[in-house]
Design a protein. Structure first.
Length: 202
């Protein structure tokens, strides 16, 4: 059995994504990686059956078909994500902006996720889920101060959204502001005494 691989560049909105899919006969798996500017965005790996169930096709032929199919599927998913993202931008619907932002985030497309979260807040300044998602994204990339600013603007709206208070406290902890962090986390516990994450952060 011979290892098989595919490499393609995908141009989307002036950006270039490199998709690489290859089999590993030794591991019995197929690995697909997506890169942008040399940075790995995502990696996925699936197992494959090494023995052919059909006498009509050789194992190598079947493996090539599977690898190529996965490769094309990954390329289509990236194109579809950006297509849907562009359409949602024009809807003016905050929940949709925030949800597509989470999908971009799950694919490690950080700047695209941030853009959609900000647009959600612009479309509806009272949609608190977007503030929470944006703040947590900033924490994820090491921008705790930006995160605390986002959470602060959200909790000032007088919300009882427990996650916001807890994550506000988390951002302050990461930024070294321990006193205000404790106050924010205690606020979360005042709303929900059984909130495990807040107890953990304390």
């Amino acid at each position: 059995m011979t290892d098989i691989g595919f490499n393609d560049n995908l141009e989307i909105a002036g950006r270039t994504f490199h998709i690489q899919t290859a089999s590993s006969t030794g591991k019995g798996s197929i690995r697909c990686e997506i890169f942008e500017n040399g940075r790995v965005l995502s990696t996925s790996e699936v197992d494959f059956e090494r023995r052919s169930k059909s006498q009509k096709h050789s194992v190598d032929d079947r493996l090539k078909t599977v690898v190529e199919s996965l490769h094309q599927e990954m390329m289509s998913e990236i194109e579809l994500l950006f297509t849907i993202g562009d359409k949602i931008k024009n809807l003016g619907h905050a929940p949709s902006n925030s949800k597509i932002g989470m999908i971009f985030l799950q694919n490690n497309l950080i700047e695209d996720a941030i853009s959609h979260f900000k647009l959600a807040i612009k479309n509806d300044p009272n949609y608190l889920e977007a503030y929470n998602n944006l703040g947590m994204t900033y924490i994820q990339i090491g921008e705790a101060k930006k995160a605390s600013q986002i959470f602060s603007s959200a909790v000032k709206k007088g919300t009882n959204f427990t996650d916001l208070h807890n994550n506000y406290g988390l951002s302050l902890l990461v930024d070294g502001n321990f006193k205000d962090a404790m106050n924010a986390i205690q606020k979360a516990l005042k709303i929900n005494k059984r909130y495990k994450e807040a107890h953990y952060n304390l």
